[in-house]
Design a protein around this ligand. Structure first.
Ligand code: CP
Length: 317
């Protein structure tokens, strides 16, 4: 898989992955198809391929992460790339160095791919415009989290064998969620119907402009859902109170055990993690038969291998 075919060059020609908003449906489908091949590689006894041998990936996480950072590290390792992990606290950002200068230092050390998580929306785009290295957005503020969106699409497609015409309900803190935005862009491009649910402060009507429906009553939308994706309340990004109390939020919008009985038996229950058990989702529901939360994590590896493989083959530092 380390030789770029003419079909691959036709279907993918980007050095960076910054968001799903700018991708076409064909580009998204090509990533998902490439991930299929890497998922198959993961079933072999030797799970490593030489696709990025000799390349260096820097995992640059300025915000905390468990899933995304480890998934990118493992994906790069499976592709035989060398990996360096740096965080804000261990970098010279703490000494006043700018993000651009830090990134230029990484590039001068021949970093071929920089995976960036940052609290500021637009930080990956800022670097991508200034570096020859590939820049992969691992979550920027409340803007986008494209590989999370892709692994969610991959999981839905794997479990339901299609995405077109499915009713996908995203519940929670939409306003501050980069996961919601990437899911919305990806799902709509692949033909799903998307309904956002939450208090009017966190699921405001202005999102309708994107082509989604809004509801403030979760019980009205659960019976028709094919997929329910629960989101955490992103307290770290909120600068004021958006609802009266956590207890009231759970009462009105949490996927409790009782409320989950409204779902169709084949409705998928998803969550990008980290989960706040007992707030947006009950423990029994998160661990129940309809939950695909750990499948999402597993699929993240194949999807990130695909993204690194596709973008890493384009960058020419
Ligand atoms: N879903 C997600 O981005 O999780 P982490 O913050 O643990 O990477």
């Amino acid at each position: 898989m380390n030789v770029r075919s003419p079909d691959m060059n036709r279907r993918w020609n980007r050095k960076d992955l910054l968001g799903l908003r700018e991708l076409s449906a064909d580009e998204i489908n090509f990533i998902l198809e490439t991930a299929d091949a890497f998922k198959q590689v993961g079933t072999r006894e030797i799970k490593k391929v030489p696709a990025l041998r000799g390349k260096t990936l820097v995992n640059f996480f300025v915000e905390p992460s468990t899933r995304t950072r480890t998934s990118f590290e493992l994906a790069a390792s499976r592709l035989s790339a060398d990996v360096i992990n740096i965080s804000a606290s261990t970098s010279s950002l703490t000494k006043g160095e700018t993000l651009k200068d830090t990134a230029k230092v990484l590039e001068a050390n021949h970093a071929d791919i920089i995976v960036l998580r940052h609290s500021s929306a637009g930080a990956p785009q800022f670097l991508a415009q200034r570096l020859k290295s590939s820049v992969i957005n691992a979550g920027d503020g409340a803007h986008e989290h494209p590989t999370q969106g892709l692994l969610d699409l991959y999981t839905i497609r794997e479990k339901r064998e299609k995405i077109d015409n499915l009713n996908v309900v995203i519940v929670g803190d939409i306003l501050f969620s980069r996961v919601a935005r990437s899911n919305i862009f990806g799902l709509l491009k692949l033909g799903a119907r998307v309904t956002l649910v939450g208090p009017s402060t966190l699921a405001p009507r202005e999102f309708e402009k994107l082509g989604v429906s809004i509801s403030h009553k979760i019980d009205n939308v659960l019976p028709d859902a094919d997929v329910v994706n629960l989101l955490r309340i992103q307290h770290e990004r909120q600068r004021k109170e958006y609802f009266p109390s956590i207890g009231e939020y759970t009462q009105l919008f949490g996927l409790t055990k009782e409320r989950a009985k409204l779902l169709k038996p084949d409705c998928l229950i998803m969550h990008p993690g980290p989960i706040n058990r007992g707030v947006e989702i009950d423990s029994e529901v998160a661990d129940g038969l309809q939950s695909v939360i750990l499948d999402q994590v597993t699929n993240g590896l194949a999807v990130r291998m695909a993204v690194l493989y596709l973008c890493g083959g384009i960058a020419t530092p």
